[in-house]
Design a binder for this molecule. Structure first.
Ligand SMILES: Cc1cc2nc3c(=O)[nH]c(=O)nc-3n(C[C@H](O)[C@H](O)[C@H](O)COP(=O)(O)O)c2cc1C
Length: 366
């Protein structure tokens, strides 16, 4: 038995293993609709043995997209397009959640491989980004400070997108409150200078996040988990601290959140001490402070390393980003390395990890 290839049950939902795909933007949607690319990309990850896949940041409203090529869930056409992908992933034995997102002041930017960087001008299909305060992310256009009405609309949009996620067949939803996007912008004193009930104290800065969590929880079945991704620290003096994040995670647990996916940074340019597993201590700190399951992510690259993170009690699941892009078969490879026999013979719904029958002749044999 390994920790990595043990099931995890959150509420009434059991995930076959604890190697999960981190949410990763593909910047390849058209009007928010996922394309064949998304089916091929996520389909490969499901075939590779991930227990649960998280979709890329999927905007709850068009103006909540990071780039005009982000996916969304703001209309029934989006529900339908995602349902096809969800069904494909399920047929491979994996579960799938969608990361519900609003990019706040980091919305309306060029995608990474565009010749230009920074904000897309309104004259070229961009839009003015909404934010807690009218202060830009360095190098981006100045956002518009949100009114109370705008805030209420965001909460309603998260609830509506959650209902669509349910209709599309997703197993979980992850609220994106990390990386300097809208909910993180509210949480951090570096980007939130409001003087109303949504700014100032930690309780006020966390108000919008908890309102979103409540709205999502109400729209989501009680037997399916709700996850939240946070940036546990801004890595900047005067910014959000891991101690504050532990407190907020405790509040989230009280509001029905089942697992916190612990990332960091993104709200302001900062020097981040990058290295193998560099965010694992943050996950552990949040887990200990809040007493709820957490995910660890960030430069986890080998099966032995990922197993150790779970074995030492730092986290309950690991999420892989770039290692999965390099090798969608990462979980099957790690299972072979750790001596776990993957299910064969087409029984993809049995056991912690399975070979798709079409790929079986490539199986690593002991
Ligand atoms: C291409 C790419 C797109 C990403 N998009 C998202 C995203 O949509 N939402 C998010 O929370 N994180 C996003 N991330 C961050 C990853 O989820 C992950 O936290 C990060 O890459 C660190 O993990 P890794 O070292 O395993 O890649 C993205 C990362 C990459 C490489």
């Amino acid at each position: 038995m390994t920790h990595l290839f043990s099931p995890l049950t959150l509420r009434g939902t059991t995930v076959r293993n604890r190697v999960w795909l981190a949410p990763m933007c593909q910047y390849s949607a058209v009007d928010g609709l996922p394309q064949d690319w998304h089916l091929a990309h996520l389909g490969a990850m499901a075939s590779g043995g991930f227990g649960l896949l998280l979709t890329e940041a999927t905007a709850v409203v068009p103006e909540g997209r990071i780039t005009p090529q982000d996916t969304g869930l703001w209309s029934d056409a989006h529900t339908e397009a995602w349902a096809r992908i969800v069904d494909f992933v399920h047929a491979r034995g994996a579960l799938i959640g969608t990361q519900l997102a609003h990019a706040g002041r980091k919305a309306s930017t060029f995608r990474p491989w565009d010749e230009r960087s920074g904000s897309v001008p309104t004259s070229e299909g961009g839009w003015i980004a909404p934010a807690p305060s009218a202060e830009p992310f360095p190098g981006y256009a100045v956002p518009a400070e949100m009114s109370r009405h705008d805030i209420d609309d965001v909460v309603l949009a998260f609830a509506a997108a959650t209902r669509r996620a349910l209709a599309a067949g997703f197993d979980t939803v992850e609220v994106h409150a990390a990386h300097g996007y809208l909910l993180h912008e509210f949480l951090s004193p570096l980007s939130n200078h409001r003087t109303d009930g949504y700014g100032g104290s930690l309780e006020n800065r966390a108000r919008l996040l908890l309102e979103v969590v409540d709205a999502v929880r109400r729209a989501w079945p009680t037997d399916r988990p709700v996850l939240v991704r946070i940036s546990a620290t801004d890595w900047t003096p005067g910014g959000l601290t891991v101690e504050e994040s532990g407190v907020v995670a405790g509040w989230m647990a009280d509001h029905g959140v089942d697992l916190v996916d612990v990332s960091s940074g993104g709200n302001v340019p900062a020097e981040i001490p990058l290295g193998p597993g560099y965010q694992v201590p943050l996950a552990r700190a949040v887990r200990e402070a809040a007493g709820l399951p957490v995910g660890a992510v960030g430069l986890l690259t080998t099966g032995a390393q990922a197993e150790e993170v779970l074995a030492e009690g730092s986290a309950d699941v690991v999420l892989l980003g770039r290692a999965a892009l390099r090798d969608p078969m990462w979980p099957l490879r790690a299972a072979a390395e750790l001596g776990i026999e993957a299910t064969t013979g087409g029984a993809v719904h049995d056991g912690p990890i399975a070979w798709q029958p079409q790929h079986e002749r490539g199986a690593w044999r002991r």
